[in-house]
Design a protein around this ligand. Structure first.
Ligand SMILES: [Zn+2]
Ligand SMILES: [Zn+2]
Length: 136
């Protein structure tokens, strides 16, 4: 990841804290939080929201990023595309084609322990064999 200048970082920080939705909920999990933020502001090819979540909830979880890299998560939008996928029980079945697809809106987080960096029951690990290249 390229080093950010102090000015970039300050700007990003201001953008981050100015938005009331930018704080993870008390029991909100990493995957729900990051998906919610990517949906709201997009992915800037970094793991900004992942790191933000870690810093707020679980600053000692320093192995988190390494764990995510191992499961193919290189940026925030990768988390819900390559690291995890929505659990089957949340998918919506198309009555015409019988195919399962994602619900229109993100379901509420099922909740995790306050300092956990694991996803809630809404998510399951996606096998690396199904890794897909992202939009960037
Ligand atoms: Zn991304
Ligand atoms: Zn969740």
């Amino acid at each position: 990841m390229p080093e950010m200048s102090v000015a970039d970082e300050a700007e990003l920080y201001l953008k981050t804290v100015a938005d009331p939705g930018a704080e993870p909920g008390l029991y909100e999990c990493l995957a729900c939080f990051v998906s919610r933020r990517v949906e709201a502001v997009g992915c800037d090819r970094t793991r900004l929201w992942t790191q933000w979540f870690r810093d707020i909830k679980s600053p000692t979880a320093t192995a988190l990023e390494e764990r995510l890299l191992k499961i193919g998560v290189y940026c925030d939008c990768d988390l819900a595309r390559n690291g995890y996928r929505m659990s089957r029980h949340l998918l919506v079945r198309d009555l015409m084609t019988d195919e399962l697809s994602l619900p229109d809106e993100l379901p509420d987080c099922a909740g995790v322990r306050r300092t956990s960096t694991k996803p809630c029951d809404n998510w399951e690990r996606k096998p690396l064999s199904e890794w897909e290249p992202g939009p960037h």
